[in-house]
Structure formats: structure tokens, C-alpha cells
Write a protein that binds this ligand. Structure first.
Ligand code: ADP
Ligand code: MG
Length: 224
């Protein structure tokens, strides 16, 4: 489903930075994979390429049979809308919108009908255990609750791929565990392909496979 071949990514600046230095990696449909490695090893870059947010300097990124490296920004953006959802360490919720309105955003962008949006939003909020918080603003929610709203927002579009960049990075162990349990249950119930970039030692225990990245290369790849 997701295949990276000899992917290199360099960032131009005063000095050129090689973020990825020849990564070859295949993730099958329905896998739940942890991507671990020290800070600066290229994990976020890797995730952004998998989701078509960015393109490699060389190499190919084939997702669902399409080589995103060769596609235009516009076509990648359309692809992302239907295929990929993201969760970030800092939640990235809109502060002026309620939990329900935040979850509804990707559906508005996709042009869904009002009835469809209402139904999907309440289902997604119920799935993450936050139906009673639907009308709250992010400020009135705890960190763990905010991340669960972000997960609900990632669920509403039924995207087959979910990419999470340090989703437990701002949470204590117990709240982090709830988020990981939720991701695993989504993976089991919906068969969603999930890649989690993480430093969290407990995250590895929730994934079937651990890919270790160091200095822009895959250093290890094990099944748990
Ligand atoms: N937009 C960017 N411009 C320049 N350098 C970048 C950019 N994004 C990442 N880098 C550099 O690429 C390397 C890998 O970064 P990143 O993928 O964010 O690593 P990680 O997520 O593992 O911490 C780092 O040296 C980082 O400084
Ligand atoms: Mg990162």
C-alpha cells in the first residue's frame, strides 16, 4: 500500500541538510507500525513524504499504486483528502471552534451534506469517548481530550491511512496510553493502516512492527 524506494530528501539552505539518505520501506495495507529514532533522524520528513505533504529529492513514494513523487501539488492535495489523515503532537485544533466543529472541518472541505456531517461527527466523537464534550472549545479540554478530538477529526473521512507524528509527546504516560489504545482499536476495527512516529517507549508495545531510523536511514525493522 505504501512503498518508498531509495528515497532521498535534502533541504537547501545555507548548508544543505540530508534528512533522508536512501530509505527503502514497504508498509502493507492494515499494518500498524512505529517509527522510532533520535531527534533529527528524519522521522517527520519520512512521514510527510508518506502522506504526500512533501516530495522526495529522488526516489519514489508509491501509495495505493500512485507515485506521489511525480505528482503535482494539487493532485497530491486531492489524494491526501481522501486517503490520508494526520495527528500531530500539538493537536492542531482551531481554538475558536468547538470540538464538534473541529471534527467537522475535513468534511466541510470535502463538500459533504449537513446531515452527513452531523451524523459522522457525532459518531466519531462517540468513538473517542467525547460525545459529552462536543460543544466545548479546545481551551476547555485537557491535553488527552484534545488529542482525542484530533483523532476523531482524523476518523471522520474514513481515510485508509493514518499518520501520527509524536501523538503522545505532550501527554503523561496514562493519557498517552489512552491515545495509543484508541489508535490500536481504530486499527483493529477499521483496518486502517497506521504509522506512528514516536519516542514513547510504551508505543512500541502497541505496534506490530518497529522501524528504527538513524541519520536518515532505516537502521532496523522488526516485528514485535
Ligand atoms: N523544512 C526544513 N528545512 C531545513 N531542514 C529541515 C527541514 N525539516 C527538517 N529539516 C532537517 O532535516 C533533518 C531531519 O528532520 P526531521 O525529519 O524533522 O527529524 P525528526 O522528526 O526525526 O526529528 C534535521 O536535521 C532537520 O533539521
Ligand atoms: Mg519530528
Amino acid at each position: 500500500m505504501l512503498e518508498l524506494k531509495d528515497v532521498r530528501k535534502t533541504y537547501d539552505g545555507k548548508t544543505e541538510v540530508t534528512a533522508l539518505d536512501g530509505v527503502t520501506l514497504a508498509i502493507r495495507a492494515g499494518e500498524m507500525v512505529a517509527i522510532m529514532g533520535p531527534s533529527g533522524s528524519g522521522k517527520s520528513t519520512l512521514l510527510n513524504l508518506m502522506g504526500g505533504l512533501d516530495v522526495p529529492t529522488s526516489g519514489s513514494v508509491v501509495v495505493d499504486g500512485r507515485d506521489l513523487a511525480t505528482e503535482s501539488e494539487e493532485s497530491r492535495s486531492l489524494f491526501r483528502r481522501s486517503h490520508v489523515s494526520y495527528i500531530f503532537q500539538a493537536y492542531h485544533l482551531m481554538p475558536t471552534l468547538t470540538a464538534a466543529q473541529n471534527v467537522a472541518l475535513p468534511l466541510h472541505i470535502a463538500g459533504r451534506s449537513r446531515g452527513d456531517i452531523e451524523e459522522r461527527v457525532s459518531r466519531a466523537l462517540a468513538e473517542v469517548g467525547l460525545a459529552p464534550r462536543a460543544q466545548h472549545l479546545p481551551d476547555a479540554l485537557s491535553g488527552g481530550e484534545r488529542q482525542r478530538v484530533a483523532i476523531a477529526r482524523a476518523l471522520v473521512t474514513d481515510a485508509p491511512i493514518l499518520l501520527a507524528d509524536e501523538p503522545t509527546g505532550n501527554l503523561d504516560t496514562a493519557r498517552g496510553r489512552e491515545v495509543l489504545e484508541l489508535l490500536r482499536s481504530i486499527h483493529h476495527q477499521r483496518g486502517t493502516t497506521i504509522a506512528i512516529v514516536t519516542h514513547d517507549p510504551q508505543a512500541a508495545g502497541f505496534c506490530e512492527r518497529i522501524v528504527r531510523v538513524r541519520d536518515g536511514r532505516v537502521q532496523g525493522d522488526e516485528r514485535t
